[in-house]
Design a protein around this ligand. Structure first.
Ligand SMILES: Nc1nc2c(ncn2[C@@H]2O[C@H](COP(=O)(O)OP(=O)(O)OP(=O)(O)O)[C@@H](O)[C@H]2O)c(=O)[nH]1
Ligand SMILES: [Zn+2]
Length: 203
């Protein structure tokens, strides 16, 4: 089987090669494809089985996609009206990959901030979650990274990030406790103290 980087659009199986995103730094699709082929052999699988023939390509492309955030612009606006209240986007669906088992964890994020001089376009809060979730992660680090990014980008008066997720490494294997949800949270600035504003976050 020949593996060339020229077949990138095929590897990712996007309909339109023009929309092919740049892959996250360090991802080498042909190498990943070869490694998955070897992994299947190590699991004792018959690589000539028709259903398995294209599986190394598919798996490499799937992991590349799950590890590459979509590109976006990070639009902010001046807070001309001096809005002082909480901006909170709730129930942002996200998925990530557990750094320990390479299995998905998925759930929802609630991301909010108390504006200073700048406002984010609302969609950017959801895109910010994706920016850090499309990585090999642990949930605590992911939550902290989203909070740090908001702090660094907006210099708001406070930030709150709450993430709730089910880890497939706990559901499908090991302890096998399907349905358990792990909640992590980071609150900074004026949201550090528990109070009515912080009470607007799901708890
Ligand atoms: N803190 C934290 N732990 C995680 C996360 N994702 C997975 N883990 C845990 O990482 C741990 C790895 O533990 P090990 O004992 O080295 O691995 P293991 O033998 O596969 O553990 P079991 O899952 O208990 O079978 C497990 O307890 C997982 O539940 C995460 O996002 N944060
Ligand atoms: Zn895991």
């Amino acid at each position: 089987m020949s593996i060339t980087s020229a077949s990138l659009p095929d590897l990712l199986a996007f309909d339109d090669p023009e929309t092919l995103p740049a892959l996250a730094p360090g991802i080498d699709l042909p190498r990943a494809q070869a490694a998955i082929a070897e992994f299947l052999r190590a699991l004792g699988r018959d690589e000539t089985d028709p259903h398995l023939l294209d599986t190394p390509r598919r798996v490499a492309a799937a992991y590349a996609e799950m590890l590459t955030p979509r590109e976006t612009s990070w639009t902010t606006f001046p807070n001309d009206d001096g809005y002082q209240g909480l901006v909170l986007v709730k129930d942002i669906p996200f998925h990530s990959l557990c750094q320990h088992h390479l299995l998905p964890f998925r759930g929802v994020a609630h991301v909010g901030y108390l504006p200073g001089e700048r406002l984010f376009g609302l969609s950017k809060l959801a895109r910010g979650v994706e920016l850090f979730a499309r990585d090999l992660q642990v949930q605590e680090r992911l939550t902290q990274q989203v909070a740090d990014w908001l702090e660094d980008t907006l210099a708001p008066r406070g930030v709150g990030v709450v993430m709730e997720a089910e880890h497939m490494c706990m559901s499908l294997r090991g302890v096998q406790t399907a349905g358990t949800m792990t909640r992590t949270s980071v609150f900074t600035g004026l949201l550090s103290d528990d109070g009515p504003l912080r009470g607007q976050f799901p708890h």
